[in-house]
Design a protein around this ligand. Structure first.
Ligand SMILES: Nc1ncnc2c1ncn2[C@@H]1O[C@H](COP(=O)(O)OP(=O)(O)O)[C@@H](O)[C@H]1O
Ligand SMILES: O=C(CO)[C@@H](O)[C@H](O)COP(=O)(O)O
Length: 499
């Protein structure tokens, strides 16, 4: 039997899947690393930790594996998007990576729009200037750390840096490059116009490849450190949401994905780059050949739950914290939460907004708060679904993946709030499975990713909307939508008091 490995370099942890030729996961390992929040709005990670934890994860994965390591044919990657990794001329990391959920770059976003114009930016990149994207981060370093910027020879994204440590070669794939705001999405080329407008040497941008393209094999040093044979073929991989879509079979028009990881995403397949969503949702290249996807993003989905657990139930597991939420009725007894603990993206691109609990009552217990957090996160994702529905998309079935899909109550809540069937697949680790599928396709095991999806993916369980709860949530969603406008100026006034 032959095998491939899918590596999902997430925000909270790296997750590795060992998958056989029939699509069965025969081994999995997860290794976590911390986020560094030096100031409010800042979010960084040390790229060395991604490499250390992936290497340790591979050692564990291979220790447990009872097959022959020479039978592992390929490896590929799914990566948290947008994070800026700056490298010098020896490919050494120049500063900590500035991540997708770092929102320090509001001024740089304004500079982008003032310099290039919103219309031209949308025409080239299909996306507006948002704090999370990579170009504003490059401009921030250019302005605030000119000495570091002067030494920068190349920029890459998180999984590209990890792949470089395996192969010694630098590349970036189209699906991840799409989130930099430097790629011409339709022609799949770096935009010289954008580089020129911001005094960025185009050589800073690495060579572009397709997600299923081979980028090299494992170096002797990495083979020694990780136990991987040098013969393993290394494929480029893609953005975590593109890989999540591959791993959930979102490979044709009409298919929708909900992913609850650190962030939350509602994603829809697009066959071309020529639709116009006016920048209301992100529009990126897919990891599948010649395809695209649109998506709305909740900045702190799983992260809001993680924040709540760390503050109020640090010694408990997620399952312990959520054990009694079924005993709280839909609507959490009038307690409403907005998940803006680090700001928001869709539909409110606002780095300054912060979260609220509204309607606290002396009858509320901790379980009401826990349920309200899940409901608030799901309402936020429902705002993206509402945008898609307004644009005429029919959304009646949604595949749900990510850490949040581990909880069945939450999956039922998604069905009730989205008013659609929610499907859980055989693997909730969509991005890791998507990465494994890119390696399987790259190795030539299948003629297309669709063929691979047919062989590898199976529906595990379906959650259908409960009419009564759906009606309650439909009414509450209107209240939820009002909270942003009602709390925006209050939050602006509080901003000066933050760390
Ligand atoms: N048992 C669980 N029940 C509900 N949510 C969970 C559970 N375990 C993890 N999560 C949520 O999943 C998130 C992590 O999901 P994951 O897809 O691994 O994220 P990432 O790819 O960003 O590292 C956490 O932030 C947490 O909120
Ligand atoms: O910024 C985005 C998408 O635009 C995020 O979705 C990141 O890609 C991080 O993903 P997770 O770690 O939450 O999976």
């Amino acid at each position: 039997m032959k095998y491939v490995i899918g590596v999902d370099l997430g925000t909270s942890a790296v997750k590795l899947l060992l998958v056989d030729r029939e699509g069965k996961t025969v081994g999995s390992v997860s290794k976590s690393y911390p986020l560094i929040h030096e100031k409010t709005g800042y979010s960084e990670q040390d790229p060395a930790q991604w490499v250390e934890q992936t290497t340790a994860g591979l050692l564990d994965l291979l220790k447990e594996f009872d097959g022959k390591t020479e039978d592992i044919e390929g490896i590929s990657f799914s990566g948290q998007m947008h994070g800026l990794v700056l490298l010098d001329d020896h490919n050494e990391v120049l500063r900590p990576a500035i991540l997708w959920n770092d929102t320090r770059t509001t001024a740089q976003c304004r500079r982008i729009v003032d310099t290039i114009g919103q219309e031209r930016l949308l025409a080239i990149t299909k996306n507006p200037a948002l704090e999370g994207f990579t170009l504003p981060k490059i401009l921030w370093v250019q302005e605030h750390e000119p000495e570091i910027f002067k030494q920068a020879k190349t920029f890459v994204l998180p999984k590209d840096y990890l792949r470089y440590k395996l192969t010694g070669n630098l590349h970036m794939d189209y699906s991840d490059a799409a989130g930099t705001l430097l790629l011409d999405i339709a022609s799949k080329r770096w935009s010289n116009d954008i580089c020129e407008a911001f005094d960025i040497n185009p050589d800073l941008c690495p060579p572009l490849v397709a997600s299923y393209e081979e980028t090299g094999t494992v170096t002797p040093e990495f083979a020694l450190a990780s136990g991987l044979p040098e013969s393993v073929r290394v494929f480029a991989g893609g953005a975590d949401n593109a890989c999540g879509a591959v791993g959930a079979g979102i490979l044709e028009e009409g298919k929708t994905l909900c992913s609850i990881g650190t962030s939350g995403v509602v994603l829809s397949y697009e066959g071309s780059a020529n639709k116009d969503f006016e920048g209301k949702v992100h529009y990126f290249n897919h990891a599948a050949p010649d395809a695209y996807y649109t998506m709305g993003v909740t900045l702190a989905a799983g992260y809001s739950l993680t924040w709540f657990k760390n503050v109020f139930a640090a010694d408990e597991s997620f399952d312990e914290l959520l054990v009694d939420i079924h005993s709280v009725p839909a609507g959490s007894g009038g307690l409403l939460f907005t998940p803006y603990v680090v700001g928001e993206r869709t539909p409110h691109a606002d780095a300054a907004i912060r979260a609220s609990f509204i309607g606290m009552d002396s009858s509320h217990e901790r379980k009401h708060f826990a349920r309200a957090v899940l409901e608030g996160i799901t309402f936020s994702l429902n705002e993206s679904i509402a945008i898609f529905r307004e644009q005429g998309k029919r959304i009646d079935t949604i595949v749900s993946i990510g850490g949040g899909a581990q909880n069945e109550e939450w999956l039922q809540m998604q069905a009730d709030i989205f008013n659609a069937d929610i499907v859980r697949m055989n693997s909730e680790q969509g991005p890791g499975m998507g990465a494994a599928m890119l390696a399987a396709y790259g190795c030539g095991w299948f003629d297309s990713l669709t063929e691979c999806a047919e062989a590898f993916l199976k529906e595990d369980k379906r959650f259908r909307p409960d009419e009564k709860n759906a009606a309650v949530y439909s009414e509450l969603f209107e209240v939820y939508q009002d909270v942003y406008g009602q709390t925006r100026t209050l939050n602006d006034r509080l901003a000066g008091f933050r760390k």
